[in-house]
Structures are given as structure tokens and as C-alpha cells.
Design a protein around this ligand. Structure first.
Ligand code: SF4
Length: 447
């Protein structure tokens, strides 16, 4: 037990919007702050440092950041000693950092995604300055290894294997804000995963905007399939997941790796975006409806029991009723286990924002609802097939919806709630599935 020195430990609060890569960046910010002697708090008004890690992929997330910043004005007035920092993808968009500096002059620090590793120095400078410190670098620069990280979970870890994207899908801002593709050296990834295994982590999720192009540009004989074989041998780690895979780059070698590596989960997240070849072309996705369908068929036939999940955008400019029906057709034929569905939202400086024939909100919402209904029906059918089966589940902790139960996931990514007499967190348990709902399963422990 530590002694009470009477000095109150300083605290920090981080709010994160957006994808898992942002979550991992926030874990790094937490890790750096903890090494600086700060402790994490979930209560904003108790914090000495407040950080907003922003996302610019969807308009909604951006609006929330502005709303939250506005709400900090009074807090800063009543407690001028707090330090407020804003970072993340939104700051990489031209004009936004300057705008925040002007509209919210009480913000102490604004920085981008490419200089997270310099955070301790930046926050110290900000604390000593009367003015807002702003450092947003366009140049993606080198990958910095060894940044301290405070992971949210002690069981599952996010591991970024590459940064940026070269694909320029016409609706997406990522290539503009996260820069071109850069891969981490395989040895650095392997060392990190070995350490995670030694520290008791059971599952890793490898992250990249397009993991299928991992290794390009590196000075070593490596690609994503080879990386999976390498990581499959790491002691302690029992499950390996990855996202996201661009269909145009998914090789036979990778399908074989998913099949052959016993720790690689039999689940692939393969964004479809649209089922219409005409719309896919306008999106610059570089595959056709038929190519997507035959890829999905090939994977299903090579990897028995494979779960496929996807992302779909509804209401892309020019999407006709026939185009939308093509999307519904692919959803039926592939039989996705689940999907992230999005209403098209025009993002500044992307080509799609200026395309003619933008779809009106009413049509978008109606199509969206039809799609979600279909996905829910298929999701439930898929889940019902689990009833009566015995599955292995990695127990992650207490269920959010029912505190008398634990929750975990199958290797196909299905959420299962179950009762257990002992704390089984972090263990792989065998469960017999006795009930299926659209989004989750219920199970019972078997010996
Ligand atoms: S692959 Fe397309 S959607 Fe994905 S990050 Fe790159 S540009 Fe964006």
C-alpha cells in the first residue's frame, strides 16, 4: 500500500470518437500521461487535463466535438487551471484546427495524428503558455515505436500494424487526414505481440485501414499472410483478429493463412459499401458486384463456418432504386452475420461531396430501414443456427446488460451471455447455446 503524502494526484479525462485506430491512439495518450504521473478519471469535471480525440469520417462525430467543446467554456471559467487539448483526424483537415483555435480560445493544445508521440512535450508547453499551442503536421513522417500505452482491456489488445491509406475511395477522408500507407516492421509488431502474450493478453486485433496491403514498401520479405503465420506462433495469445480488409487486395495466400492458422479467428470483416457495380465504380472501390460475390463464395468454401461481416453505405450520390436492390441482393446472397450501415454523408474535400444527384434524406432513410430490416432477419437466422451447438467463448467480463452474467465472444465474433459460478474473465470456456437473438446469444457452461 502506498503512503498518503497529502498531495492530490492530478487526473486526466479522454473522450474518443471514431474507429479502433483512434481508440488505440487514446490508449497511447493515457499511457504517456500515466508515465507523467497522472491518473485516469471518467469524470470530466474532476480532471486537470481534458482531451478530445476526434474523428472526421462522419459529420455526426464532428458536430459532437463542437458541442462538447462549447460545453467546456463554463468549466474552464470556473476552473482556469484545467488544460484542454484537442487532437485526432479532425485536426488534420485543413482549416479546422485554425477554426477551433479562433472559436474556442480556451483550448490550450491542438495537435494532429502525426505527432502523438510528441504529446508529453506538447502538453508541457501548453501548460506553460498563455496562448493555444497548435502543432498539426501534414507530413506523416516515420513510425515511432515504443510509445507507452495504457490498454483499456487486460484481455484483448489493439495492435496497429500500418497507418494511412492509398485507396482514395471517393467518399472517404482517411487518405487526406491519415496520409499514405506506412507499415510497421514485422519485428516491432512481433515484439509487441510477444510482450502482450507474456502479460497475459489472450486476443489481439491487428489494425490498419487496409491490412491486406501490409508490408508494401518495407525492406523485408513480408506481407499480411506471412505476418499472420508469424504471430500465430506467439505463446499466450490465443486469438488473432484483424480489420479492415479491402476486397480488391484479398489474396488466396491470405485466405489460406486464415484457414491454416489455428489462432486466427474464422471471421472476416469485408466492406462491401454497395452491391451495384455502377456505384462501386463511382466510389472508386475497384471491384464489381460479381467479384465481391465470388470472393465471398471462395472464402466460405475454403473456410468452413466462416463469419463475414461488412460495411454498407446507403444513398451514395446517384444511387437509384435498382442500385439499392443490387445491394440488397448481395446482402441476401452472402448472408452477412452483421453489418455496420451508414447513411452517406458528404465529407469536405472528397470527390463524392461534389457529385451530382445527391440523394434526399427521406429516400436515404427509407432505404436504410429496409436494409437494416433485411440484415436483422439474416442475422437472427444465422444466430438461430448456433442453438444447441457447443462453442468456445473468450470470456471478457460481466455482461453490460445483465450483471448476473458474463459476456464473451465466439471466434466468429458472436456475443454470448452466460452464467458462471466462478470468475471466468480471460478464460476460454465451452458453452452450449440455448437461445439466439438478433445481436447476441445466450449459453450455458458445459464441462
Ligand atoms: S480503403 Fe477506402 S474507405 Fe477505407 S480508409 Fe482507404 S479510402 Fe477510406
Amino acid at each position: 500500500m502506498g503512503c498518503d503524502t497529502g498531495v492530490k494526484q492530478k487526473r486526466f479525462f479522454i473522450e474518443t470518437w471514431g474507429c479502433q485506430m483512434n481508440e488505440e491512439d487514446s490508449e497511447k495518450l493515457s499511457g504517456m500521461l500515466e508515465s507523467m504521473g497522472y491518473a485516469k478519471t471518467d469524470i470530466k469535471k474532476e480532471a486537470d487535463i481534458i482531451i478530445f480525440n476526434t474523428c472526421c469520417v462522419r459529420e455526426n462525430a464532428e458536430l459532437k466535438v463542437y458541442g462538447n467543446l462549447g460545453a467546456l467554456k463554463n468549466l474552464k471559467k470556473s476552473n482556469p487551471g484545467i488544460t484542454i487539448a484537442v487532437c485526432g483526424c479532425m485536426m488534420q483537415q485543413r482549416g479546422i484546427a485554425e477554426n477551433i483555435k479562433k472559436r474556442y480560445p480556451f483550448v490550450n493544445l491542438i495537435f494532429g495524428t502525426n505527432n502523438i508521440h510528441r504529446f508529453p512535450e506538447l502538453i508541457n508547453n501548453a501548460m506553460q503558455s498563455e496562448n493555444t499551442i497548435m502543432e498539426v503536421e501534414d507530413d506523416e513522417g516515420e513510425i515511432v515505436e515504443g510509445v507507452p500505452i495504457d490498454r483499456k482491456s487486460k484481455i484483448k489488445a489493439l495492435v496497429t500494424i500500418m497507418y494511412g491509406c492509398n485507396n482514395f475511395c471517393t467518399y472517404c477522408v482517411v487518405p487526406y487526414v491519415r496520409g499514405r500507407e506506412r507499415s510497421r516492421k514485422s519485428k516491432d509488431i512481433l515484439d509487441e505481440v510477444k510482450k502482450l502474450g507474456q502479460d497475459g493478453y489472450k486476443e489481439i486485433t491487428l489494425l490498419g485501414q487496409n491490412v491486406n496491403s501490409y508490408g508494401k514498401g518495407l525492406d523485408e520479405d513480408i506481407n499480411f499472410a506471412k505476418l499472420l503465420y508469424m504471430l500465430n506462433d506467439v505463446d499466450g495469445i490465443q486469438r488473432i483478429r484483424f480489420m479492415t480488409s479491402h476486397p480488391k487486395d484479398l489474396s488466396d495466400e491470405l485466405i489460406d493463412a486464415v484457414k491454416n492458422c489455428n489462432k486466427v479467428c474464422k471471421h472476416i470483416h469485408l466492406p462491401l459499401q454497395s452491391g451495384s457495380t455502377r456505384i462501386l465504380k463511382k466510389m472508386n472501390r475497384n471491384y464489381t458486384k460479381e467479384e465481391y460475390l465470388s470472393l465471398a463464395d471462395k472464402m466460405k468454401s475454403k473456410i468452413p463456418g466462416l463469419a463475414i461481416t461488412t460495411d454498407i453505405i446507403v444513398g451514395f450520390p446517384g444511387e437509384t432504386e435498382e442500385d439499392f436492390e443490387e445491394t440488397m441482393d448481395v446482402v441476401q446472397r452472402v448472408g452477412f452475420d452483421s453489418a455496420f450501415t451508414f447513411l452517406f454523408s458528404p465529407r469536405d474535400k472528397t470527390p463524392a461531396a461534389d457529385m451530382p444527384d445527391q440523394i434526399d434524406d427521406d429516400t436515404k432513410h427509407k432505404r436504410f430501414n429496409r436494409l437494416v430490416d433485411l440484415l436483422n432477419t439474416i442475422g437472427l437466422q444465422k444466430n438461430l443456427k448456433y442453438v444447441g451447438r457447443v462453442v468456445e467463448v473468450l470470456a471478457e467480463g460481466i455482461s453490460k446488460n445483465d450483471e448476473s452474467k458474463f459476456m464473451g465472444r465466439t471466434d466468429t465474433g458472436k456475443l454470448v451471455n452466460f452464467k458462471a459460478g466462478l470468475d471466468v474473465t480471460g478464460k476460454i470456456v465451452k458453452l452450449r447455446i440455448d437461445e439466439a437473438q438478433t445481436w447476441s446469444l445466450n449459453g450455458e457452461l458445459v464441462d
